[in-house]
Each structure stands twice: as structure tokens, then as C-alpha cells.
Design a protein around this ligand. Sequence first.
Ligand code: GLC
Length: 548
Amino acid sequence: MTDKNWWKNAVVYQIYPRSFQDMDGDGIGDLRGIIERLDYLEKLGVDVIWLSPVYASPMVDNGYDISDYRAINPLFGTMEDFDELLSALHSRGMRLIMDLVVNHTSSEHPWFQEARKSRDNPYRGYYIWREGKDGEPPNNWISWFSGSTWEYNPPTGDYYLHIFAKEQPDLNWRNPKVREEIFDMMRWWLDKGVDGFRMDVISLISKPEELPDDPRGDLSPYCINGPHVHEYLREMNEKVLSKYDIMTVGECPGMTVEQAKIYAGFDSGELNMVFQFEHTGLTDGEFGKWTDKKTPLPALKRVFEKWQTGLFGESWNSLFWGNHDQPRAVTKFGDHSPEYSDLSAKMLCCCLYFMQGTPYIYQGDELGTPNPGFDELAHYRDIESINAYRDFVDSGILDEPTMLRYLARTGRDNARTPMQWAPNGGFTTGKPWISYGGSTRAVNAEMQLQDPDSVFCFYKKVLELRKSLPLVREGSFELLRPEHESLFVYIRRFEGQTLLVLCNFSAEWVTLPDNCRPASGTPVIANYPETARLEGALLPYECRVYIV
Ligand code: GLC
């Protein structure tokens, strides 16, 4: 507790409570389920849990639409369950960070229920209102969940802004009362003992006064890193964050290295680190995130190199392949075929977690869980996916099979299927709220805990190893052979010690270029047995780490 920078050594595990463990048989995961699984998390080597929202919510966006910030959704349990979880974690020396969703509330939040009543309601200034233009919305911005970003409100005769669903009205951060309400609520949770926050789309909270049309209807240039965002975060830090021994991570779509150093520079007095999405967004294109393209390796390496070297000594990286908004890591960046699924899941673990930063593991990735392979719209539950399907297919821009292929590749529900605890599922005794899909039942915790060669045991080893090596926390980063199409090779250096990480991102064996060959010795970790390894080449999806 004395190390103020404990979050630099911490391993964070993200729990999407809906899909983690159900104890009451309603098919939806709950807080008691998490308490039940703490041994598992401790065994893996987890220090901090990031809990996706468990607050009161009508669940239009699975809890990212909050109607009461100080109440637990009965679907997940009670405040007593929450308190029990928190103290169970603390007694194990683990910590808990909450998801702080304050760019918007639910439209059912009492503030919005009041605000929408009349123009002179005291809560009107909590949200963002504009007059329409000749019966049309105030501008041409398109919501990130489809349709206009404006919704007409009959009682007031004008429109409110919502970057996400119309049930998620954006809060007006210009209003000091809004900021005070949020800061109060944060203090309330911190006084309860929570250990920090993951801040949902925090780079979006400040909107310019002028909300002009955009040539492409894109709101990003105006709302990402808006004019006052740093002022608000510094105020939050000064009034709240700095008073507690906590960690903070800001989810920041559209982030650049230069901006990240302001949000999370060691001396900037805002946050500890940011989640940026440059590496996950490399396949974005003509239809936004909807695609079935594979990430080109040279581009991926360049992005990691840029962030590893760009933040070095000035800020701190969040290391993640996936979260509840991304497809499964092994499907997106590896190879989920039965032959290579485990090998590539281990390789991805090695590749990422020997870099500098705080590791984040999204539930199930430590088992190598693949996308479920949903093949019809009826399997999907996610508002973003369902709306996008309607947009693209109903308008004839994409045909149905193509859109279904894209959804199965990049849709958010790919990461939201239930945790597979046992060969028969083990998530619930009822009917799960979303199906497991076709992902193989062999990918389950019960079997992997007993198998020393499992993906789970490999993750555990990597996490132990990185904790034992100050070099992983402190060392510099050098990328070798950036242009190579299949190899991801890098070196970390610290106080005369060198770490060499070799990864093959392809299903072919690849000769190691001269400057990538280890001088000698045995790897400290590898995903093939010694007898199978070749001298100067890497086998399909092989990874090895050497210390020199
Ligand atoms: C963040 C969350 C996502 C949610 C959105 C709106 O990106 O991670 O799940 O839909 O914000 O709150």
C-alpha cells in the first residue's frame, strides 16, 4: 500500500458481470458469482478487478446507461453483496476499480426525467439542448450507435444530444453543478473503499459551444478531446482523485501519443493511464469497424512501437488485446482454428505482456476463448450490432451474408458470451442471456486448471515472470525487423539486462533473420516443448522469450 505507483505492477482483470458467473439461475451473471470465483482469479495472478457497470440501469446498453449511480442493479445483487465482494477482495490483497460512466446517463436517470419536463426545470442545464433547424435536428452528426445524434423532446420543443443511444443523453460538463454531482458520487464510492475508476469514453466529455455540421456527419473532430476536457480532469483530480490512493484509467477513443501524455503524463495531474485503440482499429475502413479483414502485422508493430517509445519515461501504457467492446483476441489477432488456437493465444499473451505498461486481461482471454461464430442476427443482443445491421442491410449497402460475416468478426457480442467454467458450461443453471455459440467447449477453466500446458497456465507463468523482472516494468523498447510480415520481435533493455521476445504471427514456420537470433541459452518461456523447437526458425505461432 505504500507504493503510490502500485498500479504499475498490477495485473488488471476485466469482469463483464453479466457473463461471468450466475448464482441465482436467472441466466445473468451476478456479484455473488464473482465472490465464488475469487480463488480462480487469485490463482491466475490478478491484482485488480475492473468491474464493468453493476449500477441501476434499464440495460439499453448493458449497464452503460445508468439510472442511479449509487445503487446496485437487482439483476446483479444488492449493495450488501457488493460490500462483501469488496471486502473479500481486500482481504486477499486484491483491489477493485469501478466503471465510471459519466459522459452520459440513462434517459431514466431522475436528472433527465426532470430535465426533459420543461425549459425552466432546474435540471435542464444538466444536459445539452439545441433548437432544431426547420423541423430537422440541430446538426448532421451521426450517433455512434446509428441515426442522428439528436432526439426531439416534445415537452420542451427542442432536441437533446446523445453520442450513443437516444436512451443515453450526454451530460453537460460545462455546468459546474454537474461536475460537483459527479465528484460527490465518486467520493461516495471511494469512501466506501473502491480502489479507483475506469472512466468510460472520458475523452468525449467536453463539447464545443458551437456544434457545427460536419462534411461527413462525424462528431469525432468536435467531441474527442473537446475544448475543456483537460480542465475538467484536472479539477476532478484536484478535488477528488488526489485525495485517495487509487488508480485511474481513461477510455480514450481517438487518442494520439501527444494527447495521452496530457491525459496521463506522470506530472499532468489528470489520470494514471489511458486506453487507446489504435492497435484494435487498424482494420477500420469503408464501413467503419465492420469488416472481416485481418490486421496487417507491420502496421500493428508500428503502432506498438509508437506507443511504447512515445510514452516511455513520460506516461504509462495500458496493455490489452480485448475488452467487452472488441472481438476475441485469438480470433482477431491470432488463429482460432483447432490446430492453432492455444498456440496463438499463448503467443499473443507473450507478445503483449512483456511490453511496458499495466496488463489488462479480459475475462476468458486467459482461456483462449474464440469468437462464438454466431451465424444469424437472432443470436445478437448488442444495440450497436443490431442497429448497424439494420443500417447497412436495410439500406442495401451490404448484403445479409456479408454483414453477418462482419458481425461475427468484429461485433461486441463476440466477447460477451458466457465464461466457460466447465465442459458443460458451468456459467448458469438457467438459460444464459446470450448463447455460448459454437466456440469449443474444450476451452473451459476446469480442464485448463488441471493441464500444465493450458493457455491459463501459460498466462499465469507470463504474469509471474513479468512481476519478477524489473526490466519488464522499467526497460526501454526496440522493435526489430519492423517490415517483416510474420515476425514480431522486440528487445527490452534495463541496467545491462536484455530481454528478447520472439513471436511468429503466422501458420508457417519462419527463418529468424540474423539480428533476431538469441546469442545462446534457453528461453525463460516458450509455447512449444524444447524437443520441437528449431535452431534458427520459429514454428507456426511460436513464441519464445530470452534473457541475455
Ligand atoms: C464505452 C463502453 C461501451 C459503451 C459506450 C457507451 O465505449 O466501453 O461498452 O457502449 O462507452 O457508454
